[in-house]
Design a binder for this molecule. Structure first.
Ligand code: FMN
Length: 373
């Protein structure tokens, strides 16, 4: 039995928003693929999150698109219209019933949107450059007016999150979606104020942050968390390199964000950058932040030892797949019942659950081919 001499059970207070989470474990954002055709929350989705809300400090929902053109895939949440508010309100309430804070992840798919999810419309991005992926489409370059409208849409999504009773939003700047596409020299080849230098490529992120915080100031009547997720490196050339990410972290550290959340498949992952081989990506990021913001570590957490390892280099731990296959895992480990945890491979474990077909099929594809998320 593990001896709990580390601090995942401790509360965390965010300096900016003054919000508190009851412990250091949060459910990683994971699309459920269970939303209605128009992105409305379904009852299955509400049950899915309710079943996982009892132990964690917060649940971050799967990605929710802020605009129709930002829809990435079928079955994804939408926060693009006020008509979504009644069901979003039910979702936030279901998460609260388990005692967790509720954070909705907001995003725009940009050039990574599945054409099938856009009803025939062409996806948009910073520039008309296809991703280096099989079957990637070439997006349309966004006009200046579209960029401004999308910045406003992130703010409007934040307003809806507040009105629906969520405790926060996470801006999804990771996993190659639009916020990352503006920062990346691969997808952003613009020559106007939105592209070129790293400062210009950061401008879209900065404006989205301002848009979100203006809304928080105007509408929030209680502390409202705002976090930011990013991916540390890109494989494309040109592409985001680890030094660019350290620069990004410095900008974000000066903002009003409560936390930064790095997207990693494994928390111990080492950077591709030759100059950063001495420790994990997480350790470099934590060192760079030097306490300026809370850092969320993630990737491959299955045991309390993993939690302890992450908390050596982060303030918070996000848990993804373990919570899919073992919804009450956090309750178990919090009450010294780690011996009851599901330990079999995810591939075997998820087959024993009564998951809806889209999620089942997605996980089946994930474990039987190379993962894309
Ligand atoms: C089914 C599934 C859906 C995911 N959806 C999202 C998502 O909507 N947004 C996001 O930022 N990451 C998404 N991810 C990545 C997770 O947040 C997490 O970073 C990854 O699964 C590694 O953590 P884990 O090993 O604890 O699962 C998804 C992962 C899975 C397995």
């Amino acid at each position: 039995m593990t001896n709990f001499n580390f601090n995942f059970k401790e509360e965390i207070h965010f300096n900016s928003s003054k919000s508190t989470l009851r412990n250091r474990l949060i459910m990683a954002p994971m699309t459920t693929l269970q939303s209605f055709y128009n992105g409305a929350v379904t009852e299955e989705e509400i049950q899915y999150y309710r079943a996982r809300a009892n132990g964690v400090g917060a649940i971050i929902t799967g990605a929710a698109n802020v605009e129709d053109l930002g829809k990435g895939w079928e079955g994804e949440l939408s926060i693009a219209h006020d008509q979504m508010l009644p069901k979003l309100t039910k979702l936030a309430k279901a998460i609260h019933e388990g005692g967790a804070k509720s954070i909705v992840q907001i995003f725009h798919g940009g050039r990574m949107s599945d054409p099938a999810a856009l009803n025939g419309a062409q996806a948009v991005s910073a520039s008309a450059i296809a991703a280096e992926r099989p079957n990637a489409i070439t997006p349309r370059e966004m006009t200046e007016a579209e960029i401004e409208a999308t910045i406003t849409a992130f703010g409007e999504a934040t307003r809806r999150a507040i009105e629906a009773g969520f405790d926060g939003v996470e801006l999804h700047g990771a996993n190659t979606y639009l916020l990352q596409q503006f920062f990346s020299p691969h997808s952003n080849r613009r020559t106007d104020k939105w592209g070129g230098s790293i400062e210009n490529r950061y401008r879209f992120i900065d404006e989205v942050l301002k848009s979100a915080f203006a809304v928080v100031d105007k509408y929030a009547t209680k502390p409202f968390i705002v976090g930011y997720r990013f991916s540390p490196e890109e494989f494309e050339t040109p592409g985001i390199r680890f030094d660019d990410t350290l620069w990004l972290v410095d900008q974000l550290a000066e903002s009003r964000l409560d936390y930064l959340h790095v997207s990693l498949n494994f928390y111990s992952r080492i950077a591709r950058s030759e100059a950063h081989q001495d420790k994990s990506i997480l350790a470099y990021l934590h060192e760079r932040l030097a306490g300026r913001k809370a850092l969320v570590g993630v990737g491959g957490v299955r045991t309390t030892e993993d939690i302890a390892n992450i908390l050596g280099n982060a303030e918070l731990v996000a848990v993804g797949q373990q919570l899919i296959v073992d919804p009450t895992w956090v309750e178990k480990i919090s009450t010294n019942r780690e011996n009851e945890a599901v330990t079999k491979s995810f591939d075997e474990a998820f087959r024993e659950l009564d998951l809806t077909e889209p999620l089942h099929n997605f996980l089946d594809a994930r474990y039987n081919s190379s993962p894309l998320i």
